[in-house]
Design a protein around this ligand. Sequence first.
Ligand SMILES: C[C@@](CO)(OP(=O)(O)O)[C@H](O)COP(=O)(O)OP(=O)(O)OC[C@H]1O[C@@H](n2ccc(N)nc2=O)[C@H](O)[C@@H]1O
Ligand SMILES: Nc1ncnc2c1ncn2[C@@H]1O[C@H](COP(=O)(O)OP(=O)(O)O)[C@@H](O)[C@H]1O
Length: 368
Amino acid sequence: MSCEGSQQENRASAVGRADGAAALDGPRLRADADAGRVDAAAERPLVDLFAEARSVQCDDRLATGGWLRLAAPAKVNLHLEVGAADHRGFHHVDTVLHALALHDVLSMRLRPAKPGAGLQLAVSARGRGDVQAPDVPGSQNIAHRAVETLARLLGRTHDELIELVIDKHVPAQAGLGGGSSDAAAALVGAARLWGIDPECPEVMEAARQLGSDVPFFLVGGAALFTGRGERLVRALRPRRGIVALVKPAGGVPTAQAYRAFDRLAAAGGGAPAPAGGLLQRAVGAEEVPLFNSLAPASEQVLPELAEVRAWIGAQPGVREALLCGSGACTFAVCDSSEACLRLVGQAKARGWWARATSFAPLRAAVVG
Ligand SMILES: C[C@@](CO)(OP(=O)(O)O)[C@H](O)COP(=O)(O)OP(=O)(O)OC[C@H]1O[C@@H](n2ccc(N)nc2=O)[C@H](O)[C@@H]1O
Ligand SMILES: Nc1ncnc2c1ncn2[C@@H]1O[C@H](COP(=O)(O)OP(=O)(O)O)[C@@H](O)[C@H]1O
């Protein structure tokens, strides 16, 4: 089949999926997905939930041969309150995460391996457009660790090869959770390839072991998490909104942001969180006040973040803006697609990475 032919075919299925996002999100999130369906229709020119997944299906290498396709959405933290560190150095957090339409694409397939070989993994990642591939070899990719971790928890020792290709649309060290979402998608993909229920406890346990943010991507949409960020309190109704993302060239390693937070806290600095109770009462994500305890700390790690914040704050059509998690990306909720696209164009002209997207009721999921 020609690429053009498959593009048309996939376009039809993408519209079907946008309308039927609930099918992606599974029974637990059906109500949330229904809320998001309105968004997808209203914002279709800007928000194509499956644009990346579709473009990868045009890749000759991956167009044939039984590849499973998965979407791994980015996230922002609408609210991130950070408390004290525990004995392992992990900080207590109360955070509301929200998925975005922007997503990486994972392609996975299962092949037989030589008898006695056990589990073999071939993981690669490639940058797409102006997004770089991660700065780690395939064997250290968090998606590689994800499949290994799940196999260990399941006691799976079959002789088999899993091939996994990641197309990166989400920049790293941005606070967008790209690596964590890839890990969650790799868990869901491995479960599917092995004929295992992705809702089984081993998948969630593997997610917890891989990183604080990974469990969120198994839940998706909008949700309140606590503990070190790995413990679900409850899902919230996802919100609507057009979002601009802006990131300077540098990144912020998460551990450095938390260390800077500790230094600021020891010196008596840091903004207090908005009046308590709001998070516990919120039903919909639009009720959650934007707040990020890490923002002042991350601005110390990468001073250019203060410049980005001031610049975004002065742009027309921006309702609210906040640093994404530990940074280095900032998100702005815009009044309109026009305002968002103007902001993105002007941010790029200043040499920053920028992208128009939207809030979305997505989680890491098989899309084809
Ligand atoms: C800040 C947040 C906000 O969602 O994410 P990012 O914005 O960086 O993506 C999270 O708390 C990050 O989650 P994640 O990126 O999964 O971090 P992990 O791999 O678990 O931990 C990386 C390092 O960050 C620090 N860390 C992480 C989580 C936490 N609650 N306290 C911490 O102090 C620790 O130094 C840890 O070694
Ligand atoms: N699949 C992956 N995608 C991105 N980064 C990865 C991946 N696997 C491992 N990494 C490493 O994890 C680091 C943090 O990446 P990421 O999770 O995208 O950032 P953030 O914590 O800001 O959301 C990267 O700098 C990279 O070294």
